[in-house]
Design a protein around this ligand. Structure first.
Ligand code: C5P
Length: 301
């Protein structure tokens, strides 16, 4: 038996721009992604046996989550076995993946992608495959657009990257943001597919300037960073989900946030704070207002 424990961190988008529609139906993006200290705990146990074939068993503390091929962690295990199982001499066995989830589901925080990334990284180690981060990222692309970023940040010291293409071309950023954040979400999920399907109909009034944002991060210039923290997907989500707009207004007006933005396609909104004390205060205000809220930071795990 071999086992491994991993932390699968979520992400926020400090900015997100849609730059075109692709032949494959996906959109070309340009987005600065940042990992956060909110993570799922993943425990993988591999028990080889003589029977042949691989059984994947997933258990999670979120009873509503599927534990079959609809779960990205399941698909990651299957993909790894298909591509590299025989090379590693894997003949048969039981793979148990237990996921203690803290990252909210369908929230725009890449919770599912982080779990899938952790399974690829974990099996690479358990099965001693020797794949490097680049190879793992390429494999991760097949699972979802956010998976390569999650692999980069789980498997290296980088915490932020400029992602382009479908989200899979990563330019790691040396400087990370050192801030405290509060994540808050209304009691529903938003489908990424739905948001992207409708975003083409919008005239985008203001695009983030990523060079300026990255320069601001490198120089520690908060104003330059905040000016360019723009997520164009807000155009659709805030218009069609009144509760998300209300939440964003609430975080802005009721807490001491220096900046408030929706992450990914939503519905999670995050506020940026100068200290952990301010973030905790904001978090309790939002919880009193019955929002699901978490405080976290953008550095460390
Ligand atoms: O890649 P992932 O499965 O996370 O994407 C979910 C959905 O979001 C896709 O099916 C697609 O409709 C949309 N999407 C997109 N362009 C991207 C990323 C996602 O249109 N770059």
């Amino acid at each position: 038996m071999r086992e491994i424990y991993l932390k699968a961190c979520g992400k926020i988008n400090l900015s997100l721009d849609v730059t075109g529609v692709r032949q494959d139906g996906y959109h070309d993006l340009s987005t600065v992604m940042h990992s956060i200290s909110l993570y799922d705990r993943i425990h993988i146990v591999w028990e080889p046996n003589e029977e042949g074939g691989m059984q994947i068993r997933i258990c999670t503390n979120r009873p509503y989550l599927p534990v079959d091929e609809r779960n990205l962690a399941w698909r990651a295990a299957q993909l790894m076995n298909e591509r590299y199982g025989s090379q590693a001499g894997i003949e048969g066995g039981v793979l148990k993946i237990s996921m203690k989830k803290s990252i909210p589901v369908a929230a725009g925080l890449a919770g599912g992608s982080a779990d899938g990334a952790a399974v690829l990284i974990g099996l690479n180690r358990i099965w001693k495959l020797g794949l490097n981060t680049r190879q793992l990222c390429r494999l991760g692309e097949e699972l979802g657009s956010d998976v390569p970023f999650c692999i980069l940040t789980q498997n290296t010291r980088y915490r932020a990257a400029l992602a382009t293409g479908r989200g899979e071309h990563l330019q790691p950023l040396r400087k990370m943001m050192k801030k405290h954040i509060v994540l808050a979400k209304p009691p529903f999920g938003v489908s990424t597919k739905e948001v992207f399907r409708h975003i083409d109909a919008y005239e985008i009034p203001m695009h983030p300037d990523h060079r300026a944002l990255i320069h601001g991060l490198a120089a520690g210039d908060d104003e330059e960073v905040y000016r360019n923290m723009i997520n164009v997907l807000e155009l659709y989500t805030l218009e069609h989900y009144e509760a998300v707009k209300k939440l964003k207004d609430t975080v802005r007006s009721r807490t001491s946030a220096e900046k408030v933005l929706m992450s990914g396609s939503g519905p999670t909104v995050f506020g940026v704070y100068s200290s952990m004390k301010e973030a905790k205060k904001a978090c309790s205000i939002l919880r009193d207002l019955r929002y699901e809220a978490y405080w976290a930071s953008t550095d460390g795990r």
